[in-house]
Each structure stands twice: as C-alpha cells, then as structure tokens.
Design a protein around this ligand. Sequence first.
Ligand SMILES: Nc1ncnc2c1ncn2[C@@H]1O[C@H](COP(=O)(O)OP(=O)(O)O)[C@@H](O)[C@H]1O
Ligand SMILES: [Mg+2]
Length: 140
Amino acid sequence: MSIVLTAATLSDLTAAASQLIAFAGPEKIFLFHGDMGAGKTTFIKSLCEALGVKEAVTSPTFAIVNEYRGANVKIYHFDFYRLKTQTEALDMGAEEYFYSGNYCFIEWPEKIPDMLPLHYINVSLKVLTDDSREITVEKF
Ligand SMILES: Nc1ncnc2c1ncn2[C@@H]1O[C@H](COP(=O)(O)OP(=O)(O)O)[C@@H](O)[C@H]1O
Ligand SMILES: [Mg+2]
C-alpha cells in the first residue's frame, strides 16, 4: 500500500503531515529516506506540529535522539547519519525507544539495517525543484 504526496512549497507540508498521520493509522515507526537536504528534518517538524508539539524541533545529528511532547503523545526523533556501527545504536538503547509504543521518526535508517522493527512506514523524499518535493509513503 503506498501513496504519493506532493509538496509544491514548504507550506504544503502541513497538509501532507496530516495526510501521512492519517495514512499511518496505529503505526508509529516512520523511516525517512532521501539525500541530505531533501527535507527529512523539515517534514518531521511539520509532523511534530500536527501531533501538537510546541517546542522547537531541530536536527538531532549530534545527540542522535531528540524527545518531544505533543498532545498526549511522545515523539522520538533520530538521526543516525553520524553512526559508525550499529552497535552504537544498540548502546544508546535504540531498541527500547523503537518498542516503547511512542512515535519514532528515524532519519538515516540505512545505518541500522539489522535493528529496524518488522513494521514501519517508509517516507521517501525526492527534490523536484528548490521548493517542491515528491513524498512517497509506503506501509510495510
Ligand atoms: N517542499 C519542501 N519540503 C521540505 N523542505 C523544503 C521544501 N522546500 C524547500 N525546502 C528546504 O529544503 C531544506 C531541507 O533541509 P532538511 O530538512 O534539513 O533536509 P534533510 O533533513 O533531508 O537533510 C530546508 O532548507 C527547507 O527549507
Ligand atoms: Mg535531517
């Protein structure tokens, strides 16, 4: 099952975020694919806003994981870009986060191929022009 959401401009991400959350239903693990600058972190900001997060959503590149509170939901935002080995993810307790039942938004999941949960939503961002992105969403 897959859908394609097109964000012609940044402001379209708000509607795309609501559509993605509705499409996901009870699934709370989201894997974000796309080159550097594709818009993964920017789209995650919109998703967090849609879930009621009021605090700043920033790239967790150095911390690996950021935690946000939304409207009755907790969100873990990962960026595994700087990871050298999967063991580092194991050591920071990634699996406990993944199986906690909270939302997990994961940038660079390619770095932890053996640690990914069985079921997840794949979100692939492709740059069309400076301002527009094609967002392909699949449920696994
Ligand atoms: N429609 C759009 N969707 C997402 N990002 C966009 C869009 N249009 C422009 N951008 C810009 O592209 C950049 C994406 O950066 P970022 O979200 O950090 O990418 P990534 O996390 O994939 O490396 C930001 O500067 C953002 O403002
Ligand atoms: Mg990012």
